[in-house]
Design a protein around this ligand. Structure first.
Ligand code: PLP
Length: 373
């Protein structure tokens, strides 16, 4: 069972808002609350509504379908779509009142066409590629690619943004380079906009969680925290923000048995006991989103103690070595969260198997019931 603590989520949002106001009291940037990928696995509908409740006036998702889910859940705040827009479902921008990102000339033409069809002006955010080389208009070629877009009658430029590739790497020079390129690009956009038909000056955003923590110079008018909202600081960074983890994962021991020295556990018998051992079976596996690499590496908490995950993680089950813990069927198992005085957090689990916290959260499966409190 996954418990999603919406009070923790709202508290995290407010702490971020307060932090921004404390550091930049004259013009504090406002957060864009990032809820893509089903709100990092926490459930987009509930998380979206809770964030709106906490004061979020702009949410961001990855595609039009995610935006439709937020609208269906009753979210009324503005919703920005980060991703590239597929051509087929652009009507959704109007049906669900979504704000697109325009990041390619092709998307510009497609969105312009759909705006004409709906006979409405559509505001959009312009994405500049400053070194990620993924989506966005190249920073060094705007004079050629932007004039037509900025002169468009059907489209209204609301904001300009970029995205950092290495904000979480304190040693990376690319982060600073991207910042400088973005500054130059902003000037270019301004010149082209004035040369075209004017329109209002767009606002600016750039910082994901890591950039928000790292460098107030890239806060601009808005910041785009995702991971921080869910109470996780992107590794290897540290923060003094009093953030609370939003997701906890719990299960129960369903069987306990003794194995003799030389006997093994699970598929492939990846674990074999060197001495008499007690093994607890837990009904959670890779079909629930638990990474198979946790087998032989990860731990769970049972009876307030760390019990190593042994053998391979199966589709629906895993096994933990509970030798000496006096474990019994029905005992609570904490996979993510705290028990007794100990806790296993998303960063620890990610580090254990060599991945990032984002992947751990996003992969928590739909089969797992999410309980909101
Ligand atoms: C996902 C995403 C974010 C949020 O990133 P975090 O590292 O979770 O804060 C911000 N901006 C864009 C464009 C994103 O795609």
């Amino acid at each position: 069972m996954a418990r999603v603590d919406l009070d923790a989520l709202k508290s995290n949002f407010r702490h971020i808002v307060e932090h921004l106001a404390r550091e930049q009291p004259r013009r504090p940037p406002r957060p864009i609350a990032v809820v893509k990928a089903n709100a990092y696995g926490h459930g987009a509908a509930e998380v979206g509504r809770a964030l709106e409740d906490a004061g979020a006036d702009l949410l961001a998702c990855a595609d039009i379908e995610e935006g439709a889910v937020l609208r269906a859940a009753g979210v009324t705040a503005q919703i920005l779509v980060f991703g590239a827009l597929s051509v087929s479902d652009l009507d959704g921008l109007f049906d669900c009142a979504l704000t697109p990102t325009i990041s390619t000339p092709g998307a510009a033409r497609a969105v312009e066409t759909i705006a004409r069809k709906h006979k409405q002006r559509l505001r959009y955010h312009l994405k500049i590629d400053t070194g990620m080389n993924r989506l966005g208009f190249r920073h060094d070629n705007l004079g050629r690619t932007l004039p037509e877009l900025l002169a468009s009658e059907g489209l209204e430029l609301e904001a300009v943004y970029t995205h950092f590739a290495t904000a979480d790497d304190p040693d990376s020079r690319l982060f600073n380079d991207q910042g400088l390129r973005f500054e130059r690009a902003l000037k270019d956009v301004d010149d082209i906009r004035k040369g075209a038909r004017g329109g209002r000056r767009p606002y600016v955003h750039a910082a994901n969680s890591a950039a928000l923590l790292r460098d107030a110079r890239v806060w601009y008018d808005r910041v785009r925290p995702g991971l921080l909202l869910y109470g996780v600081v992107p590794p290897p960074l540290a923060s003094t923000l009093p953030l609370l983890p939003v997701m906890t994962l719990r299960s129960r021991v369903v069987a306990v048995k003794g194995v003799r020295p030389g006997e093994g556990v699970g598929y492939g018998v990846q674990f074999s006991a060197e001495r008499p051992a007690t093994i607890a079976t837990i009904p959670a596996g890779y079909a629930d989103g638990l990474d198979a690499r946790l087998g032989g590496r990860g731990v769970v908490l049972i009876r307030g103690r760390r019990a190593p995950i042994v053998g391979s993680v199966s589709m629906d089950m895993l096994a933990a070595d509970v030798t000496g813990l006096d474990a019994a069927p029905g005992d609570e198992v904490v996979i993510l969260g705290s028990q007794g005085g100990d806790r296993i957090d998303v960063r620890e689990m990610a580090a254990t198997i060599g991945t990032i916290p984002y992947e751990i959260l996003c992969r928590i499966g739909t089969r797992i019931e999410r309980v909101y409190s």
